[in-house]
Design a protein around this ligand. Structure first.
Ligand SMILES: [Mg+2]
Length: 291
C-alpha cells in the first residue's frame, strides 16, 4: 500500500476559491452581518461564499491541519472583513492578504510556521499563482470556478493563438479545436480598425476540466459589439466570467448561459456592447457505460 502523505499546512486563495466573486470589484463594502446570520453589502445584496466552505474548514481543523489564506486582492480590509463576518477567523492560523506574487505570501508562511514548502498544499483558481508557488515545492490544487478540485498536483496544459477581431458588422467566426475540445467564438461588431485578440484553451491533464478564454490582451477594446456567442463542443459549460473595459464585470443580465446549446451569448435587451474578456469553465462528464 502506498504511504499516505499528509500536508501540514493547507492554504486557500479567497476570490473564486472560497467565494464566487472578486472582493475588489463584484461586491460593495462596507459589509454587515445581520441578525439572520447572513452577510450583506452596502447595496443590500447578500454576499455568499461557496456553500461547502464552512464544513470543509471545520473538518480540516478537526483533523488537525493548520490552515492559511493567501490572497493577492487589493481590497485587503474588505477581504479580511468578509473572512471575519463569515466566522472563518477561528479556522485560519495564517493569513497573508495583499497584492503581488504569491511566492511572497508563502515565504511568510514558511517563516512564521517553520513548515517546509513540501508540506504545504495550496488551493487556487489562477494558473499564474499555481505556477509561481509550485516552483517553491508546494503541492497545489487547481480550483475551477465551479468550486471543484480533483487530482491534486494536476497542472493545466494550454494552447493559444492570436486572431483578428474585425469590425464592419458582418458575422465572423473564429474556432479552435484541441483534441475534441472545440471553442467557437461568433461575433459582429462595429468600430474603426481591427483588433488583435487571443483565444486560449486550457485543460487539466486528466482532461476532465477545460477552459476557453477569448480576450483582448491589452484589457480594453474600442469595438462596439452588436452580438457575440461562444459555443463549446466536448465538455459541458459550467460557468462563465465576462469583462468589459477596465476589468469591469458584465452584469449577469447582459449575457446568458444556455446549457442545452452549450453556449454563452449576449442578451439582446441588456448587453451594452462592451466586451474584452470571456472565460468559460467546462467539465467533461464520464461517458455512461454502454449496457
Ligand atoms: Mg482567486
Amino acid at each position: 500500500m502506498a504511504e499516505e502523505i499528509k500536508p501540514k499546512l493547507i492554504v486557500f486563495d479567497l476570490d473564486y476559491t472560497l467565494w464566487p466573486f472578486w472582493v475588489d470589484t463584484h461586491v460593495d463594502p462596507p459589509f454587515t452581518l445581520k441578525g439572520n446570520g447572513k452577510v450583506y453589502d452596502f447595496r443590500g445584496a447578500e454576499v455568499k461564499h461557496y456553500p461547502e466552505v464552512p464544513d470543509v474548514l471545520k473538518k480540516l481543523q478537526n483533523d488537525g491541519y493548520k490552515l492559511g489564506i493567501a490572497s493577492r486582492t487589493g481590497a485587503i480590509e474588505d477581504g479580511r472583513k468578509l473572512v471575519e463576518l463569515f466566522g472563518w477567523e477561528e479556522y485560519f492560523q495564517f493569513s497573508e492578504i495583499y497584492p503581488g506574487v504569491k511566492t511572497k505570501h508563502f515565504s511568510r508562511f514558511n517563516e512564521k510556521s517553520k513548515i517546509p514548502y513540501e508540506d504545504m498544499l495550496f488551493f487556487d483558481d489562477e494558473n499564474r499563482n499555481i505556477v509561481d508557488v509550485s516552483k517553491l515545492g508546494v503541492t497545489f490544487c487547481f480550483m475551477f470556478r465551479v468550486g471543484l478540485c480533483d487530482n491534486v498536483g494536476d497542472t493545466l496544459e494550454e494552447e493559444s493563438a492570436h486572431f483578428d477581431v474585425k469590425p464592419g458588422g458582418k458575422i465572423n467566426v473564429y474556432t479552435r479545436d484541441w483534441d475534441g475540445f472545440h471553442c467557437v467564438f461568433t461575433y459582429a461588431c462595429q468600430g474603426g480598425t481591427k483588433e488583435q485578440w487571443m483565444m486560449t484553451l486550457k485543460r487539466s491533464i486528466n482532461k476532465k476540466y477545460s477552459k476557453c478564454l477569448v480576450f483582448r490582451p491589452s484589457g480594453n477594446s474600442y469595438l462596439f459589439f452588436e452580438q457575440f456567442s461562444v459555443q463549446i463542443k466536448g465538455p459541458q459549460i459550467q460557468s462563465a466570467k465576462l469583462l468589459a473595459n477596465n476589468g469591469k464585470p458584465l452584469s449577469p443580465e447582459q449575457y446568458k448561459i444556455e446549457k442545452s446549446k452549450n453556449t454563452v451569448t449576449h442578451t439582446n435587451e441588456k448587453f451594452n456592447s462592451e466586451l474584452t474578456f470571456i472565460e468559460i469553465d467546462a467539465i467533461r462528464h464520464k461517458k455512461k457505460k454502454e449496457l
